[in-house]
Design a protein around this ligand. Sequence first.
Ligand code: NDP
Length: 264
Amino acid sequence: MQLFTIFGNPVSHSKSPLMHNLSFKGLGYNGCYTRYRLEDGNALKSKFLELGIQGANITVPHKEHAFNACDELDEFAQKVGAVNTIVNKNGKLYGYNTDAPGFLKAISEFKNIKTVLFLGAGGTAQSTSIVLRDAGYEVTLLNRSEKRLQKYIDQGFQTYTFDTFINDKAYDLVVNMTSAGLEDENLPSPIEILKDILPNTLACVDVIYGKETAFLKLAKAYNKPTKDGSDMLLYQGVIAFEYFTEGKFTFEEIKVQMQKAFIL
Ligand code: NDP
């Protein structure tokens, strides 16, 4: 039996063990997926090898440590500097980023989207902004504070803080990429900015999953189509499972099994 895990801290809330174990069972694959609370990200590689695992997902706050732990990186993971999936191939650790393609797939149901406004500029925004730009979207970032914006400016993105924001164009899609709303009822930006933007928007997405955030409630008040982060979570898991099982199953076969985790 092959062993898999998710490394993170905290990790007790993670849906990934359920998602992957349901898929192993449903597809008749001899694998078992557990969770591992890792305090020191620098110990990731030694722990991975010591546990004798075949593959792992990596969540907050260790995605950069995971990047550094890999012997080989796929092109996209290399570009974004963050790894959330590692596969052991003959003792060598191969790193991938499936969060960003998962997000791209999750928003594909919204048609006629060209301009995208990200509220937030943290780790998740980093990889997803690049995947979206590579796919032809025009991404702008609006963040509470200035500090995180420099790397986006260096990469050629248009960025604003709440203080510098100028609403001079329509954003087809507005995405809450912050943790505002995760454990509170906060909006990701001042309500005045949202009231200015939302009337001209085609759809709104929140990366937070499993609840209707204050942001999504406001978007619905403007009659905008919305979705939370569940599909992003599902699709990053499906893509990780494809890597874990080295392409033995199709995306649809895995998705059918994995999505059962969202109704349990
Ligand atoms: P980071 O800690 O890297 O970044 C947090 C971001 O949120 C920063 O831009 C920060 O702004 C902003 N922020 C935090 N609190 C507030 C607030 N009260 N008001 C305005 N801005 C705020 O987080 P991640 O990028 O790792 O995660 C972001 C979100 O994405 C989380 O909610 C996480 O749960 C979700 N997520 C969902 C996934 C899925 O599969 N659905 C996968 C991964 C993440 P500042 O720079 O000013 O501090």
